[in-house]
Design a protein. Structure first.
Ligand code: HOZ
Length: 427
């Protein structure tokens, strides 16, 4: 595979951008080699600057659920941009996107738009602290909730990929206010809650963990979290930045029928443009300025172009049968990959919730961060490069998700399975 132009661009980028990338996991650090510089995305196909083509299963880490450059989303973006790209004053489409979100996500009564998932989480945590008048937060090991100080504790995604234990720059006093428990571990979580109940403002969780690879919640985990948080007056925050509008139109909460107090969104709701949102119970959301005293603001919040892309994306997703078809295709690819691994006698533990797939090079079940970390990451790196050579782009890290879009056709899925069959045999 020719990568001369990508390499040259990467070398140039490294001189003026730290590590040559604007977000760490893109750098291929844990799988080796240099990142590919992308020239174009259309449907599920990515084209790099050297003229290589790939079937994309990263989808910009989630937003591109309709595939790249979807015609009607593109049209909405162009139409909106022609009216000006930012006003710093309210516009009609902000309310329209908010309305679509409130209608779709069962626990959201009011919603505030921001610019990224990180910002959504940061703001939701501040709000939870203000509402409960408590300071501590509980998160789960291997869950990633963006890069705000109090969330970079035992975090997944790039933190797990690069093996960074504690990020310098996070004051110890901040980190101390973040308690952590193993995902799916009710016993440890309960002990922590009992010990810290009076000071716990919120428990934040990815209802399907997607930043340590994909780890589904056990049947009891989310209902139990709902029950115990209610009991102790702790707010339950679902980080649905990945799962929102992906595992169900109404997010993981609609799929599992567990209602949090607050929900964080991002990715899909911006149709590929920068956005984030947090929302939930009206009595809590009413504390946000200017309705209430909890301050949070942003020059580009509710940006008209991002909002237009989001509205069109949600309208497309709302069409009948979309999620049924996504489910069918996701199941087909998961089964195909599983069979291919079996044929090659590769220990491969698969997970899937809707169009979110995980595949760990491990012989034992993966239910939390500790078991995810047992996966053979050297094998994953070989798998990753083998797939690339065969025209398939999966995440450059074992600790990320494989994502499907409505644009993945049966023939592309077939191609992916036969690529995996070849690669697994090589392992
Ligand atoms: N936090 C994202 C992965 N879970 C990575 C974002 C990016 O590098 O674009």
């Amino acid at each position: 595979m020719k990568t001369t132009k990508s390499r040259a661009l990467f070398n140039a980028a490294k001189k003026i951008i730290p590590g040559g990338v604007n977000s760490p996991v893109r750098a291929f650090k844990s799988v080796g080699g240099d990142p590919l510089f992308i020239k174009k995305g259309k449907g599920v196909i990515l084209e790099d600057v050297d003229g290589n083509y790939f079937v994309d299963y990263v989808l910009s880490w989630g937003p591109m659920i309709l595939g790249h450059a979807h015609p009607s989303v593109l049209k909405a973006i162009i139409k909106a941009a022609k009216r000006g790209s930012s006003y710093g004053a309210p516009c009609h489409d902000e309310t329209e996107l908010a309305r679509l979100i409130v209608q779709a996500v069962p626990s959201i009564e009011q919603v505030r738009l921001v610019n990224s998932g990180t910002e959504a989480v940061m703001s939701a945590i501040r709000l939870a602290r203000a509402f409960t008048k408590r300071d501590s937060i509980l998160k789960f090991e291997g869950c990633y909730h963006g890069h705000a100080d109090h969330m970079l504790v035992k975090a997944g995604s790039g933190i797990a990929t690069l093996g960074i234990p504690d990020t310098p720059g996070v004051p110890k006093a901040f980190a101390r206010q973040t308690l952590t428990a193993p995902y799916n571990d009710i016993i440890t979580t309960e002990k922590l809650i009992q010990k810290h109940a009076k000071d716990l403002a919120a428990i934040i969780v990815e209802p399907v963990a997607g930043n340590m690879g994909v780890v589904p919640p056990s049947d009891e985990f989310l209902p139990w979290l709902r029950m115990i948080t209610k009991k102790y007056g702790i707010l339950l925050i679902f980080d649905e930045v990945i799962t929102g509008f992906r595992v169900h139109f109404g997010g993981a909460q609609a799929r599992f029928k567990v209602m949090p107090d607050l929900t964080c969104l991002g990715k899909i709701i911006g149709g590929g443009l920068p956005i984030g949102a947090y929302g939930g119970r009206k009595d809590i959301m009413q504390m946000i300025a200017p309705a209430g005293p909890v301050y949070q603001a942003g020059t580009l919040s509710g940006n008209p172009v991002a909002v237009a892309a989001g509205i069109e994306t949600l309208r497309q997703l709302k069409k009948p049968g979309v999620y049924k078809e996504l489910e069918r295709k996701s199941k087909a690819i998961a089964e195909g990959l599983g069979e291919a691994a079996k044929e090659a006698r590769i220990p491969y533990y698969q997970t899937r919730v809707g169009a979110m797939l995980g595949g760990f090079f491990s012989g034992s079940p993966v239910t939390d961060f500790a078991s995810a970390k047992k996966s053979d990451t050297t094998k994953y790196a070989i798998f990753f490069h083998g797939m690339l050579r065969n025209g398939v782009y999966v995440a450059p890290s074992q600790f990320e998700a494989m994502l499907l879009s409505t644009a993945h056709s049966d023939s592309k899925i077939k191609h992916t399975i036969s690529a995996a069959r070849k690669v697994f045999k090589m392992l």
